[in-house]
Design a protein around this ligand. Sequence first.
Ligand code: SF4
Ligand code: SF4
Length: 107
Amino acid sequence: MAIYNHLKGIPELPDLPHIKKKRPKEMAVVDEDNCTGCLACVPFCPVDCIESVPKEKYDIPIPPVQVRFNECIGCKVCARVCTKMTWDAIRMINIDTFEELYNITID
Ligand code: SF4
Ligand code: SF4
């Protein structure tokens, strides 16, 4: 039973990807130094916006993942999955703070 309690808050895998409808309140940011590249978070993302970092950036067998920022809806599922099922490599950042830090404008 303990394992099921631990996984509370992790939804079932989405059937079909949704599409973003409005500006999110938060943004998922992967800490590349902590990400093992296990890909556990990828199928849980309801808008399918998590992908492996391209080989051109790091020429290593298992690269970390990255979020396509303009598609993320800020649902926090990936952060929960990573924390509860694998590591703890995704931080949710307030959208205004994120834009300031990364100098990116999110629609
Ligand atoms: S679940 Fe966590 S460690 Fe695994 S790929 Fe996703 S962010 Fe990286
Ligand atoms: S917060 Fe939600 S939409 Fe954004 S990357 Fe994570 S799972 Fe995908």
